[in-house]
Design a protein around this ligand. Sequence first.
Ligand SMILES: Nc1ncnc2c1ncn2[C@@H]1O[C@H](COP(=O)(O)OP(=O)(O)OP(=O)(O)O)[C@@H](O)[C@H]1O
Length: 294
Amino acid sequence: MYVIETDKLTKYYGKERGIIDVSLKVEEGEIFGFIGPNGAGKSTTIRTLLSLIHPSSGSAKIFGRDCFKEGHDIRKDIGYLPSEVFYYNNMKVIDLLKYSASFYNKDCTERIHELAEVMDLDVNRKIDDLSFGNKKKVGIVQGLLHQPKLIILDEPTGGLDPLMQQKFFDLIREENKRGATVFFSSHILDEVQKMCDRVAIIKDGKIIKTESIESLRNDNYKKIKVVSNKSLDSSIFNMDGVTDLKSNKVEANFMYRGNMNKVIEKLSTVDVKNLLVQEPTLEEIFMYYYKKED
Ligand SMILES: Nc1ncnc2c1ncn2[C@@H]1O[C@H](COP(=O)(O)OP(=O)(O)OP(=O)(O)O)[C@@H](O)[C@H]1O
């Protein structure tokens, strides 16, 4: 059984595209990244999973149960951290957290204080008096206080300083070790790379790739630079697997995905002065997928 399973999940806002045919499978215990630029459909997918909005078509299950029929029950085992948090400002932090805890059939008091300590949050202050970052911390404690089985994070780190981001990531890793599955939406590649086992890339409402971070890195294209001692006919590199070929009289730069021996064969006709084969950065890998689908 998958913790999250969607099949061709589609949401239109009137005529406006939200998401189209989003099919995802998230396994128990994974930290699953969901990455895409602004407007790609990350929040729409999450809000649909949480049955905060209804899909136009397709299905979604969490813990094997239908999100739309059983949303109310399922949510008790989900910790959700929205990208923006809004509160009744004249409440004290502790009162808000106790109120949130009252939705669950367990005593969360100890966990509230543990989390507040880790996140360096003064629970006796009024929400009104908190900075944006501190309000975000309230959201984090609120999302985790009931020790959820599934944690859904929508762009969670906005507003947190680097130290707090680090503490937050450590906290999420601990929750994951405890057994929680994590669905982590972000447009920040670096944090996805550090945190996640697998990642789905979403663009213009559609999933364009689902892959482990490791194989995204390993099975991907290489950046190749060839410098020749003599003038170089770069058209020899017009072959399957080569993209972005740029050249001048003695130099060729290109991306290559395929059997390296084929490149070496071509190089045997060149008087090579220098050869550079580089792994692309994760950023370049993502840009490659975004561009390829245009
Ligand atoms: N309430 C709404 N009414 C109309 N269109 C909407 C609504 N909410 C989202 N959309 C549209 O749906 C698409 C997906 O938006 P969504 O907010 O899910 O993207 P996102 O990947 O979460 O982006 P961001 O990182 O900017 O939050 C966008 O084109 C957006 O304009």
